[in-house]
Design a binder for this molecule. Structure first.
Ligand code: ATP
Ligand code: MG
Length: 387
């Protein structure tokens, strides 16, 4: 078995764009597998074939392919001629010593000009395998399914399927910028945008040196993990502590969270535009905390003129936690740190900040200068996978 057959997801729906989607998927697979011993990676009649030197490298390759977006499923496969005797012999040789209670053959033709129908192919090949192995055929509940794909000039066969990451290939969805805290929600929000094919810029606001570097370290770790999916990332660290102290001196306690967030939005918009990102992404969820009432979400969004995407807006916390656990960001997110917005924040922030109040509070601050100062002081970190 020296091939991996990759089936693309959703791409079939994309009509004229399909070749472009497949091209990017092939490119992403090449990047993801760059340091592993794989041969050619190419698109063949609606699938992608990855040649591997031997089955021994399969585990590493599998781990990488699983993270690449745009894949429905993939299998380690053998390649054989279209001749039924040769094909059945190759399959029997690769089956090894297994002894399933029942089996069936499932055939698909990528080239419909093949002279036999799929059920006929299944009978021909299944019959030959049964002759050698003596296994019982069960078309409904087989323990072992042998998959065949009849290509133009050869056949692929494989015995199981691995689920792919789904979504759309990275690079097909355009650029967005995600406000990435060290918390549980925003990494999940970033992942969901990445899965839809977007390239995500990460923006983190920290209060170092007023607070420790803990949040920055967490976000670096989260960015490293998310980069195993999107393959290249950029993280922008924004020093926010001084701005917060200015807010602290000038803004009534209950309004501070909304004012902090509005400052973040303005800064993030500038950074996003410089990177040609078309939208801001947050991990906000309706009603989760005081700053996330519908009124406050609206007031915060109004500070920026870029589209704001909130992929988690309607989710429950336990659903988000479950995704974070599957993604692997959860254990990093729950490491204690002092979130920059907990600093100087009252226990009872306004749940419905009114526009007039916000305007009055901000009139006391040199907003444009604050934003420019923060943008000028950012630190940029680049990530690549494989490293
Ligand atoms: P999270 O788990 O993502 O931190 P949360 O439930 O703690 O979310 P908030 O802290 O109110 O909610 O933050 C709402 C959103 O604002 C976050 O999901 C994130 O997108 C953004 N955000 C908050 N703090 C920061 C920060 N320090 N740096 C970057 N973005 C932030
Ligand atoms: Mg938070």
């Amino acid at each position: 078995m020296t091939s991996i057959v990759v089936h693309v997801k959703e791409l079939a729906l994309k009509g004229k764009n399909r070749p472009w989607f497949v091209k990017l998927l092939v490119r992403n697979l090449r990047t993801a597998l760059a340091d592993l011993p794989v041969g050619s990676i190419r698109s063949v009649q609606g699938r992608i074939e990855i040649e591997i030197a031997s089955e021994s490298g399969w585990a590493d390759v599998r781990d990488r392919v699983r993270r690449v977006f745009g894949i429905a499923n993939f299998s380690v496969a053998g390649r054989a001629s279209l001749d039924f005797d040769e094909l059945a012999a190759a399959i029997v040789a690769d089956l090894g010593g297994i002894a399933p209670a029942s089996f069936r053959v499932r055939a698909r033709r990528s080239d419909k000009r093949f002279p036999l129908t799929s059920p006929q192919i299944e009978r021909e090949v299944g019959g030959r395998i049964k002759e050698v192995k003596g296994w019982h055929v069960d078309l409904v509940n087989a323990e072992l399914t042998i998959h065949l794909e009849m290509m133009g000039d050869h056949a692929f066969y494989y015995f199981g399927k691995e689920a792919g990451a789904g979504g759309l290939p990275t690079g097909t969805g355009g650029r967005v910028a995600c406000l990435l805290s060290g918390g549980i929600d925003s990494p999940v929000a970033a992942y969901r945008m990445m899965r839809r094919g977007c390239s995500v810029l990460f923006i983190h606001f920290h209060s170092y040196p007023i607070l420790s570097r803990a949040s920055q370290e967490k976000v670096r770790e989260i960015a490293t993990l998310l980069t195993t999916y999107q393959l290249r990332s950029r993280l922008v660290m924004v020093p926010f502590g001084e701005l917060q102290q200015q807010v602290l001196l000038a803004v009534p306690a209950e309004l501070r969270v909304v004012i902090y967030r509005r400052l973040m939005m303005r800064i993030a918009e500038k950074l996003a535009r410089a990177w040609r990102a078309r939208a801001l992404v947050t991990g906000e969820v309706i009603g989760q905390v005081a700053s996330q009432t519908l009124e406050n979400l609206t007031a915060i969004a109004a500070a920026a003129s870029l589209e704001i995407l909130r992929p988690l807006v309607g989710m429950d916390k336990d659903e988000i936690v479950e995704q974070a656990q599957r993604l692997g960001t959860y254990p990093i997110s729950i490491i204690p740190d002092q979130d920059c917005c907990q600093l100087f924040t009252p226990r009872h922030p306004a749940t419905r900040a009114r526009p007039e109040e916000i305007e009055r509070a901000e009139a006391a601050l040199p907003i444009a200068a604050m934003v420019d100062a923060a943008v000028a002081a950012v630190e940029v970190v680049e990530f690549r996978f494989p490293g």
